[in-house]
Each structure stands twice: as structure tokens, then as C-alpha cells.
Design a protein around this ligand. Structure first.
Ligand code: GAR
Length: 190
């Protein structure tokens, strides 16, 4: 089977990015190499996490990420042939979706199509899930299309909620699901 060199795009704490990097570095027969982390926020936790694991990091502005003559040579320089989003909060420009057709995947911390779309990310989702009194929530791993949270679904799994769960409790449960499944789904898909 072909091996893949991925770039992880992340905007925040980067616990999923770290988990994916550790999985790839420690799994003997993993076909995935994390070649690069791209982050749009200089102070995001993911920057230090990736550097501590010896992964190159590029902090790039939204304009740079949206500029083909800047982002494409950067990805080429690191031999990137697929992109993994892990808590990345900008839209992926259409020219990247075309160039990496079928090779950009995202994780979303809800059971899409529930709690998806603009403004639905991270803690906001878990607060909405608690406010709605949901009995379960989950994660969705999907291909990235031009539509926000709209690409073809690859994998979903759910977790039960109790009536006393706070948004922080839900976030903890979701992160556990993400850590357990995202690296394997990446390895199986890319
Ligand atoms: C993750 O739960 C991820 O699913 C979510 O942000 C969190 C990032 O956590 N992504 C979205 O909400 C995208 N719409 P992390 O920075 O610790 O990996």
C-alpha cells in the first residue's frame, strides 16, 4: 500500500494533532508520515506541541493560506500529498480542494448533520448539545468539500450523555472518541 505524507492544519490547542503525530511516530507499520503542521494562530498550543515532537510548523495568515502561490509551494516543499484538519477553523480554499481531491479530511465533534455549519466548532457545539438535552453525541470524520461541514461522511461514532454532563464533560468524552478513532481512520483513508 502507498504511503502518505500529510500536513495537519490546526488552529487551537492541538491535542488531536499531537495524538495523530504520536500515533504515526510510534506505530511500526504506519503508512502515514506527518510532514508539516500549518497553523493560522501564532500563539496556538499546537505550535509548541508539534515542535516538541520535531514536526516542522508553519504559522500562516488566512491570506497566505488562501494564496495559491504561497501555500502550494509550501506544501510541495514538504512533499505533502494529503491534508488532515484537526481543529482548523478557517475554510479550505477551493483550489486546495481541487488539487487534493478526496485527500482532505476533517473531524467534527458532533453527529453531523446535527450541530454543524458556520459558528459550530469546539466548545460551542458541546454547549448547544447540553442545552438541547441530547441523550447522545459523537464525532464525524468526513471528506472536505466546498460546503462547511458538508463533505461525504467516512466514519461516525456516538457516546451516551447523562443529564448531569456539563459542556466540559461532553468535550472530554468527545476528545476520548477523537483520540481513539481519528488516527486509524486517517491511516485507513489516506
Ligand atoms: C476538536 O474537538 C475538533 O473536533 C474540533 O475542535 C477540537 C480541537 O481540539 N473541531 C471543530 O470544531 C471543527 N469544526 P484540539 O485542538 O485539542 O485537537
Amino acid at each position: 500500500m502507498k504511503s502518505s505524507s500529510i500536513a495537519i492544519f490546526a488552529s487551537g490547542s492541538g491535542s488531536n494533532a499531537e495524538n495523530i503525530i504520536r500515533y504515526c511516530q510510534s506505530t511500526h507499520d504506519c503508512r502515514i508520515t506527518v510532514a508539516l503542521v500549518i497553523c493560522n494562530r501564532p500563539n496556538a498550543g499546537v505550535v509548541a506541541r508539534a515542535e516538541a515532537l520535531n514536526i516542522p510548523v508553519k504559522v500562516m495568515t488566512r491570506d497566505e493560506i488562501n494564496n495559491p502561490s504561497i501555500i502550494i509551494p509550501t506544501l510541495e516543499e514538504y512533499g505533502v500529498d494529503a491534508i488532515v484538519l484537526a481543529g482548523f477553523l478557517l475554510m479550505i480554499p477551493g483550489f486546495l480542494i481541487d488539487r487534493f481531491a478526496g485527500r482532505i479530511i476533517n473531524i467534527h465533534p458532533s453527529l453531523l448533520p446535527k450541530y454543524g455549519g458556520k459558528g459550530m466548532y469546539g466548545r460551542h457545539i458541546h454547549e448547544a448539545v447540553v442545552a438541547a438535552g441530547e441523550k447522545e453525541t459523537g464525532i464525524t470524520i468526513h471528506h472536505v468539500s466546498g460546503e462547511c461541514d458538508g463533505g461525504e461522511i467516512i466514519f461516525q461514532t456516538s457516546v451516551e450523555l447523562s443529564s448531569t454532563d456539563s459542556a466540559e464533560d461532553v468535550e472530554r468524552k468527545i476528545h476520548q472518541l477523537e483520540y481513539l478513532h481519528y488516527p486509524q481512520v486517517i491511516a485507513d483513508t489516506l
